[in-house]
Design a protein around this ligand. Structure first.
Ligand code: BES
Ligand code: MN
Ligand code: ZN
Length: 494
């Protein structure tokens, strides 16, 4: 899909489908929708609203064919819902639903849309354009590179805005929306790609080819030399050797230094504590955190934030084999702490432990990790919100706001120290799992052992949100690229 924005009236631009809108309860539309109504001899107000009783309820859509018109073919009237309930987050959901509907229509190659939200609702045109483009890109995404017959779909999506002032602002938002949409969708591509292709070496290869200030790749021997005993243990059962990836973006006068870490298990079979088939089925997505940070770093020079960003991925597979780590093994993380292996399927926290130690050595102002870490988080929050925990209230609150501003929901889970009791070991400093309750908190408390208490740190658990079985808000089913918007907003806002 090609995206365009043009300074032109919606009644003067040729299309296969023109998208206009209606607030709930409107009887006589104004603005661009009003102009189209006039052009069509009041077909919208007299026919669609009065005769067909289209009320403009949120998310409802009406397709109005326009026979024998010079430039219009069909008009899609979209319900914006109640005026006082309209938000940018709602607009993003709407844009996603619109493109999903449009994709089911025949012979629609050139779509033109008015700039929803800026006129009647009075929102900032830049924010509206950004949000619409995001919604269209999020909703329009499909992973079909391995399908033989792909139906032709929308070729051009053009936003038309007549007012020069609004247009000038909208262009800026439009460009941002494209970049954010691209970042989300690239993460989704990586998540969807099967584990046979996404090996640790492949992720390292992608990282090395990004436009960044520096990329360091550590191989197995380097990982051992750095004393990353926890990460190395997880990796030792796989035929694919691990990589530790460190990507750096260093602008000249950076205000602060942020480290982002993505869990990068390219396949989680569970190790010797093998997962049942139904749980293993989706485990190519256990690198969703890595996909989010990799995708952010891929576009970071275009976003140009004024902060130093270091992105880390401890990439490996968690496989059962003759060389796998075992229950009862005692491993030593980079900071010298010892861990008794209680369950080889609690591998993500082991890889993150060493990544956190490495992050700490960079002396950052903030550390954020994002991981498909616990089934418990999926049980607690389902696919509607990600879990967030950390050692610094201000950072956690800020990330929740960054997420919500971008349409991603984060829900804070407790960090009561008593939850750690189940990780007490008779032979080592701690176990990597134990007990059944409070799994998301237990995992986060485990991670906290590898972060200095003075360094603000937050952990985002996306086990339930990274890949979804049913649509949630603007995300269709499948990989969501969750975390991209939260972390980007944080990086760009600081
Ligand atoms: N990658 C899984 C967590 C997961 C589960 C992600 C479902 C997405 C969907 C993680 O490595 C794992 O296996 N966690 C175990 C930990 C347990 C053994 C303490 C879990 O949650 O069951
Ligand atoms: Mn696991
Ligand atoms: Zn895992």
């Amino acid at each position: 899909m090609n995206f365009k924005i043009k300074q032109i009236s919606v009644t003067e631009i040729k299309s296969d489908l023109l998208i206009v809108n209606l607030f709930e309860g409107t009887t006589l539309p104004g603005g661009a929708t009003g102009a189209v109504d006039k052009e069509l001899s009041n077909a919208i107000s007299d026919f669609v609203i009065k005769k067909e009783h289209f009320t403009g309820e949120f998310g409802k859509m009406y397709v109005l064919p326009v026979p024998n018109h010079k430039i219009l073919t069909k008009v899609l009237i979209v319900g914006l819902g109640k005026r006082d309930e309209f938000t940018l987050n709602r607009l993003r959901v709407l844009a996603s639903k619109v493109i999903q509907k449009v994709k089911t229509m025949e012979n629609v190659k050139n779509v033109v849309s008015m700039l929803h939200g800026a006129g009647c609702a009075g929102f900032d045109p830049a924010a509206c354009a950004k949000t619409i483009v995001e919604g269209i890109m999020i909703g329009g995404f499909s992973f079909d590179k391995y399908k033989s017959d792909v139906k032709p779909t929308v070729e051009n999506f053009t936003i038309a805005e007549f007012d020069k002032k609004n247009y000038d602002k909208a262009v800026i938002g439009f460009e941002k929306g494209l970049l954010i949409g691209d970042t989300i969708n690239y993460a989704r591509e990586l998540i969807n790609e099967p584990a046979q292709n996404i090996t640790p070496a492949y992720l390292a290869d992608i990282a090395e080819n990004l436009d960044l200030d520096e990329v360091k790749i550590y191989e197995r021997i380097d990982i051992e030399n750095m004393q990353m005993g926890a990460f190395a243990a997880v990796a030792q059962g796989s035929a694919h050797s691990p990589r530790f990836i460190h990507m750096e973006y260093m602008p000249k006068k950076a205000k602060k230094k942020i480290v982002i870490i993505g869990k990068g298990i390219t396949f989680d079979a569970g190790g010797l504590n093998l997962k049942p088939a139904s749980s293993m089925l989706t485990m190519k997505d256990d690198m969703s955190g890595a996909a989010a940070v990799l995708s952010i770093m891929r576009n970071i020079k275009k976003f140009k934030p004024n902060v130093e960003v270091h992105a880390l991925i401890a990439a490996c597979e968690n496989m059962p084999s003759g060389s796998s780590y075992k229950q009862g093994d005692i491993v030593t993380a980079m900071n010298g702490k010892t861990i008794e292996i209680d369950n080889t399927d609690a591998e993500g926290r082991l890889t993150l432990a060493d990544a956190l130690c490495y992050a700490q050595q960079l002396n950052p102002d903030v550390i954020i990790d994002i991981a498909t870490l616990t089934g418990a988080c999926m049980v607690a929050l389902g696919s509607v919100a990600s879990g967030i925990l950390g050692n610094n209230d201000e950072l956690v609150k800020k990330l929740i706001k960054c997420g919500n501003d971008g349409g991603e929901r984060l829900w804070e889970m407790p960090m009561y120290p008593e939850y750690f009791d189940t990780l007490k070991s008779d032979v080592a400093d701690m176990k990597n799992s134990g007990g059944r309750g409070g799994g998301t908190t237990v995992a986060a408390l485990f991670l906290q052992n590898f972060v200095d208490s003075e360094t603000p740190w937050a952990h985002i658990d996306i086990a339930g949100t990274s890949v979804i079985d049913n649509a949630v808000l603007e995300n269709p089913k499948g990989a969501t690229g969750v975390g991209v918007r939260t972390i980007l907003n944080y990086i760009l806002g600081d």
